[in-house]
Design a protein around this ligand. Sequence first.
Ligand SMILES: [Zn+2]
Ligand SMILES: [Zn+2]
Length: 305
Amino acid sequence: MLRAGRGHQDGSSEERMCWICLNTDGGTLHHDWLQPCRCRGTNKWVHEACLSRWIDEKQQVNPDAPVTCPQCYTEYIIVMPPVCRFDAMLESVERTYCLLCPSILMGMLATVVYMATLSYGALTLHQIAGYDTSIQLMKEDPTFLLIVLPSVPCALLLLRRFDWDNWMVRWLRRQHRQSVASEHYDEQGDLLPGAPLTDEYFDSLEPVDEDEMMQAGTMNSENIERATCRVCTALSLPTFSVLIGQTLYGNVNSKLLSIVLGAFTFEAVKGLISVYLRQCQYYRRRYRSVLDYTTENVQMAGRTI
Ligand SMILES: [Zn+2]
Ligand SMILES: [Zn+2]
C-alpha cells in the first residue's frame, strides 16, 4: 500500500505525466498521483496503481526486497499493514515447514531404499544359509543385520562391473580383423571414396564397453533397457545360484560350495549366450549386402518387377 505524503497538495501549475504508463493529467483523479522519490520535473509523478504493479514485478523473486526508483535510486517507502503476532507466527511456521519438506522427503525415500535393501539382504541370506541359521545370525549380531544385509544388493551390483563377457567380445573381435586392401588407399594413406567399410566403423556401430555405450547416447531407451537388464541380472544372481546349485550340484557335500558352483554356472551360461548373440548380430551386419537390381536378383528375392 502506498500513500503520497504531499503528492496532490502542491504543483497544480505543471503538467503531470506518469513515467510508467506515460499518460498525462487528463482524467486522473488527484489522489491517484504519487511523488515517491527525489526525482524532479515531470518525471517525479507516477500513478499509484502503475507503481504498485511495477513494484510487484520487481519483487516477484523476493517479496521483501527493497525497490528503488530507476532514475534517482531513492528507495521507495513501502508500508505494509500491521500483522498481528499470531499471524506472523503462523507464517513463519509455514515457511519453516516448506523449507524442511524436501529434506523430509529425501529422508523418507532413503528409508524406503534402506528397508528394501535390508529385506533383499535378509531374503538372500535366508536363501543361502537357510531359515534357522539366518534368523539366529540376525538375532545375534545387530551390525550384521543393519550394515551387512543392506550392502548385499550393492555388492551384487558392483560385482556386475566385472564384465568378462565384454572382454571376451572384444577379444573375439580382435581375432577377426579384416584390413582393407591397400588399393583402396590414396598416397596420403586416406581411404578412397567408395572403399569398403573398416573394422573401426563396425566397432563404432556396436560399442562393447558399457561406458562407451553411455557416452554414445546418454539416456536413450536402449541404454535404459540395458541398465535395467543389468540390475535384474545382478539381483537375481542369488536365486539362480541356489536353484542351479541344488539342481546340478546337489550331491556336493557343502551347501555353500554348491551355491558358489551354481553362481559360476549361471554366470558362464548367461555370459556365453550373450557373447554368442552379440557376435551373431555383429556378423549379420558385417556381411550384409545389397544386390544390383537385375532380373535374376529380383527373382531370387521373390519380388515382381
Ligand atoms: Zn500510470
Ligand atoms: Zn526518482
